[in-house]
Design a protein around this ligand. Structure first.
Ligand SMILES: Cc1cc2nc3c(=O)[nH]c(=O)nc-3n(C[C@H](O)[C@H](O)[C@H](O)COP(=O)(O)OP(=O)(O)OC[C@H]3O[C@@H](n4cnc5c(N)ncnc54)[C@H](O)[C@@H]3O)c2cc1C
Length: 598
């Protein structure tokens, strides 16, 4: 089953949820028009489906073998990558001064979704290169920018992120890699990094590693970490490549999924030290990383949407082909397509509704992050930045959690054919599983939401988010369209649950009981995501209703209303249960040692 980019649905969501056309009209994106966005998405979709999607199985089977320190990428990947970069796709979100196209996150988001739906392992390398470009753009010296940015933006070179060490995963306090100052202003880096995505490969002639390390006199903890650019090959003043730097790939992991993405152990300084160049200020490396954290986390959230959509498309196709049993009320006496069985329909609707809801959350987050950069009014920009910051952990964790769930339901829809590798349904589940772990585990996202994001501006940001949810609920309630069923009532109840759970979190944190708040952080994030997702689908449904009222007969509109209703009536009622878990579940979590003692 090949991949069909859902360009119409993406464009509809961009307008209905993230206000793309309103922002264009307001001049937030001066160089954009509806038509331009549509044609970019159409072209990206064609490339994703025809060039990238065929790489997915190839990469899964071939993996990325390491021999003599060199990683060989799967057959056809280099050609596809080169064509992709030459098509300008890597440059889409980068600034124009270094050859980028300067397009907003909101336009890049659907493109990212298509690259990742086509082949997650392929799209992951460029996602990290994008993070390296951002870090250098915002924090790099002019000399560093001049040396590296144009090549990274064009895609001729790729970038990596080197944070993790064996003893330092979620907790970067424990980081040990070292950096020694040199007379010429450069640094010598020594240490070992693990799980480095695209740490070594043969797609590009150079790789620029961004590495976190400590100076000898650095303060302890995260205030003593600096960020360095460490090229694989040294770069001369005229841009030509010189000697191999003292960095090597010592191993490639064997793993559950994304087999086409080389996950490398990197050794820096075997022969005395890898030459590195400081990015930003000494001991401020983590702050530099945090600058791009929102975008990187949103990128991973979009990977969740992407894999969910791919799994859904495949399951729907299979459910239309496979015939078993007789569906209630089926005509004739033959077997029915399994898509006609109510339980399979429930599965498929759950897949579709979760996918579209998480897409809506991700696009809304992208729009806020864009507005933070593009609106002129400082107060409005700050409000957008804070709303983007609040929504980011929800976008990352909710979308990747549902990515795994949807891919798992996809296996179920296939029956035994899902468990064997032949159909590809199993690969989606295996590939999806990493998304809840990297770029900050989903547990860490939930902690971030509760401890750092809810208190933003004294709680005003989350109150603004609740007010917005109530506005959507009010609009749904005002519609008398019977096709909406109980959507407005369910959303009203769920918003109240979120409001009470938020109040409980606030009181609990103010009462200095972080252990209680943290015990409920993950169910709280799920509750937030469910309500935000339901509101997004509600906005899409209302826009569909308006289009129908204006005479637009596209069959997708009735489907959009049906999806919002399904989500509200079948998935959203979990909100009340999650509220109880958040507000009354902590004590039994604290009793865990009674049961976990071995
Ligand atoms: C395929 C793959 C690609 C990766 N790519 C990169 C890369 O390119 N660059 C890079 O630097 N890293 C990369 N990573 C590393 C990844 O970011 C880490 O694995 C991740 O941050 C988790 O760290 P850890 O594995 O050490 O788990 P741990 O930190 O040991 O966490 C284990 C469990 O404990 C929980 N936990 C930990 N601390 C807390 C806490 N304070 N409160 C509550 N729960 C907690 C976590 O949520 C998790 O469930 C990659 C990993 C993989 C597997």
């Amino acid at each position: 089953m090949t991949y069909r980019p859902p360009v119409d649905e993406m464009l509809f969501t961009l307008k209905a949820v993230s206000g793309l056309d309103r922002s264009i009209a307001d001049g937030v994106y001066p160089d954009l028009s509806d038509d331009l966005v549509a044609s970019i998405l159409e072209e990206a979709g064609k490339f994703a489906a025809s060039v990238i999607a065929p790489l997915n199985r190839v990469g899964d089977r071939a993996g990325t073998p390491l021999s003599d320190g060199r990683v060989t990428m799967p057959a056809g990947w280099k050609e596809a990558y080169t064509a992709w970069a030459q098509g300008g796709w890597n440059a889409l979100p980068a600034r124009e001064e270094y050859g980028g196209q300067g397009l907003p996150a909101l336009v890049n988001a659907p493109c990212l979704e298509m690259w990742n739906a086509a082949c997650l392992a392929f799209a992951l390398g460029p996602l990290l290169t994008c993070g390296a470009i951002e870090a250098l753009t915002v924090h790099g010296s002019q000399a560093l920018k001049d040396t590296y940015l144009a090549k990274l933006v064009s895609g001729e070179w790729m970038g990596t992120m080197n944070l993790t060490e064996p003893q330092a995963g979620s907790d970067l306090n424990a980081l040990r890699s070292r950096a020694e100052r040199q007379q010429d202003g450069s640094y010598l880096i020594t240490g070992q990094k693990i799980y480095i995505t695209y740490g070594e490969h043969d797609l590009t002639e150079n790789i620029v590693h961004l590495v976190l390390a400590r100076l000898p006199d650095a303060p302890a903890g995260t205030r003593g970490i600096s960020l360095f650019a460490v090229p694989k090959f040294m770069v001369g003043a005229d841009g030509t490549l010189g000697a191999h730097n003292d960095v090597r790939c010592a191993g490639v992991e064997h793993k559950l999924g994304i087999h086409g993405s080389p996950t490398c152990t990197m050794v820096f300084g075997d022969k005395g030290g890898a030459v590195g160049y400081l990015i930003g200020e000494e001991n401020r490396g983590l702050a530099c990383m945090f600058t791009m954290m929102n975008n990187a986390r949103l990128g991973v959230g979009i990977q969740g949407v992407a894999i969910a959509d791919r799994a859904y498309q495949q399951a729907l196709h299979y459910a239309n082909e496979r015939r078993q049993g007789r569906a209630p009320g089926a005509a004739g006496d033959g077997m029915s397509a399994i898509v006609d069985h109510p339980d399979v329909r429930r599965n498929l609707m759950t897949m579709l509704a979760l996918t579209n809801a998480s897409r809506a959350i991700c696009y809304l987050t992208a729009a806020e992050l864009d507005r933070a950069h593009h609106v002129a009014d400082p107060a409005e920009a700050k409000a957008a930045a804070e709303m983007g910051a609040l929504l980011t952990p929800v976008a990352k964790a909710f979308s990747t959690d549902i990515g795994v769930e949807v891919a798992s339901i996809g296996v179920q829809v296939h029956g035994g054919m899902g468990f064997v590798e032949e159909t590809g349904a199993a690969q989606h589940l295996r590939d999806a599983r990493i998304l809840t772990i990297y770029e900050g585990t989903n547990g860490i996202q939930a902690i971030d939401l509760v401890q750092r994001k809810l208190p933003l501006s004294g709680g005003a940001v989350v109150q603004a988010a609740l007010a917005r949810l109530r506005k959507t609920q009010g609009a749904l309630a005002a519609s008398r369209n019977p096709a909406f069923g109980q959507a407005a009532a369910r959303l009203r109840d769920a918003v109240e649950s979120l409001d009470r759970a938020t109040g409980w979190m606030k009181t609990t944190l103010a009462g200095n009981r972080p252990e209680d708040a943290l015990a409920g952080a993950t169910p709280y994030l799920r509750l937030f995501g469910l309500v935000q997702g339901a509101a997004g689908l509600g906005e899409i449904a209302l826009a569909a209703e308006a289009a129908m009222a204006a005479g637009d007969r596209a069959p997708a509109h009735a489907g959009r209303i049906a999806i919002a209703r399904f989500f509200a009536e079948n998935l959203l009622p979990a909100a009340q249960g999650l509220e109880v878990t958040v507000t009354a579940g902590a004590a039994s979590v604290h009793d865990a040692p009674l049961a976990l003692a071995s």
